[in-house]
Design a protein around this ligand. Structure first.
Ligand SMILES: *Cc1c(COP(=O)(O)O)cnc(C)c1O
Length: 427
């Protein structure tokens, strides 16, 4: 068996058939914004390895921090012990996060960060005597991860609720905010989506612990950008009904939308925020759930007094070192100018796709560019074409999209946008 044959027979891949796995490439090395394959092809990464490699690959500052930490102390348990990388990262996170988010829970992956946030919400409600509040509200077309509670608040159609019916918690779903980012806001609740949220909270508010949503950008659920005013008003509705507000910024955090966090497009602060993906600059799996003092002190002030969660590898020093180095690059670098430049260039270079037959919409926000088709496009068909063009893209659903590393140079970005427009013309 060749290594690729072994892979095809024995290794599961994300959302991939095990019986008809389709083409899989052997990656051997990364450098800058490029992934090098065994056959000698170098591909410019338009995906940042699923939103994570914001500084490109093998950044010497991150590699150096991880190597130094590896020699000193790869891991210790976080129960009863702490360490400098965890403290340094916490300080950097607080300096960057919206004010009011102060209590950091380190965890293993985005999905776990969502589980932790949902558990915090339920335990907080319990601590203030709201023991009936064990359900959640969310907006349609969302994506929050693949573990059970996270999956229960994913879009009920694309989140495969029909397959897992019976095993999934039943949650409340409200309409996707209909007014797009950049469109004019309208006050009529029937037209701006808030009537749906208000009706849900009116009917079920007393059994809902929290509203969880992806602020501004719905990622894996459809690459849709919506109006910040929706969130300002949602905050007020949640407050009126005693419902906490959880922002899942796992995809949007750390500069992707042009602001440090998508929350920064709004005038409000959530009670709990979930961070992941880009937190280690794409080096390794790591995430964080950050709560307000109100949530943390509520949980601390009532039986059992401790938050009932604690992963084995919580606060792993290697991951903290990678994340600390990644945040230092953001805090000491010029990412805002770079993301603004990427936004302007993608907007200009993707615009011609609007005229192509089969293209429904073209939209750009920060370092996210989307060509939405009027039909589902096949990733398997797209791969050989984009590989030939030296660009790594992985369309899903009706969307041909890119979220390149912030360090992508204009020439490489033109190759990415060129490949996207080409794919829109042929798929
Ligand atoms: C990717 C993602 C998750 C899940 O993160 P994992 O690290 O894959 O578990 C959750 N929420 C959002 C918004 C995401 O984009």
């Amino acid at each position: 068996m060749t290594p690729l044959e072994f892979d095809a027979h024995h290794l599961w891949h994300p959302y991939t058939s095990v019986t008809e796995p389709g083409p899989t490439h052997m990656a051997v090395r990364t450098e800058g914004v490029r992934i090098h394959l065994e056959d000698g092809t170098a591909m410019i990464d338009g995906m940042s390895s699923w939103w994570s490699a914001i500084h490109g690959y093998n950044h010497p500052a991150i590699i150096g921090a991880v190597k130094a930490q590896l020699d000193q102390m790869p891991h210790v348990m976080f129960g009863g012990l702490t360490h400098q990388p965890a403290v340094d990262l916490g300080q950097r996170l607080l300096a960057m996060l919206p004010e009011g988010l102060t209590r950091i829970f380190y965890c293993d992956s985005g999905s776990v960060a969502v589980e932790v946030a949902m558990k915090m919400a339920v335990q907080y409600q319990h601590s203030i005597g709201q023991t009936r509040r064990s359900r959640f509200a969310s907006i349609r077309s969302g994506y929050h991860g693949d573990t059970w509670k996270a999956m229960s608040v994913c879009d009920p159609v694309t989140g495969m609720h029909h397959i897992f019916k019976g095993a999934l918690s039943v949650q409340h779903f409200v309409d996707t905010p209909p007014i797009a980012f950049g469109q004019e806001w309208v006050e009529d609740p029937a037209a701006n989506g808030l009537a749906s949220l208000a009706a849900c909270l009116e009917a079920h508010g007393d059994e809902i612990a929290a509203l969880i949503l992806e602020p501004i950008v719905q990622g894996a659920g459809g690459m849709y950008f919506y109006h910040p005013e929706y969130l300002n008003a949602a905050r007020a509705l949640c407050d009126a009904h005693g419902v906490l507000l959880i922002f899942d910024e796992i995809a949007t955090g750390f500069g992707r939308t042009g602001k440090a966090f998508a929350t920064d497009h709004t005038e409000i602060t959530p009670d709990i925020i979930c961070l992941g993906k880009a937190i280690t600059g794409g080096t390794m799996s790591f995430a964080a759930t950050v709560a307000s003092d109100k949530v943390a002190e509520g949980i601390g002030g009532a039986e059992p007094g401790v938050f009932m969660h604690g992963p084995t590898f919580m606060g792993n020093p290697l991951a903290c070192a990678a994340a600390g180095a990644s945040l230092a690059l953001l805090q000491e670098g010029d990412w805002q100018a770079r993301v603004a430049r990427i936004e302007a260039q993608m907007a200009a270079e993707l615009a011609p796709a609007r005229k192509l037959p089969g293209v429904a919409d073209v939209r750009v926000l920060g370092a996210i560019g989307v060509i939405e088709m009027d039909h589902v496009v096949s990733a398997a068909q797209a791969h050989p074409i984009s590989k030939e063009l030296g660009v790594w893209l992985r369309p899903f659903g009706r969307n041909i999209y890119a979220m390149p590393p912030f360090v992508t140079e204009p020439e490489d970005l033109s190759r990415i946008t060129g490949a996207m427009v080409h794919l829109a013309g042929v798929l």
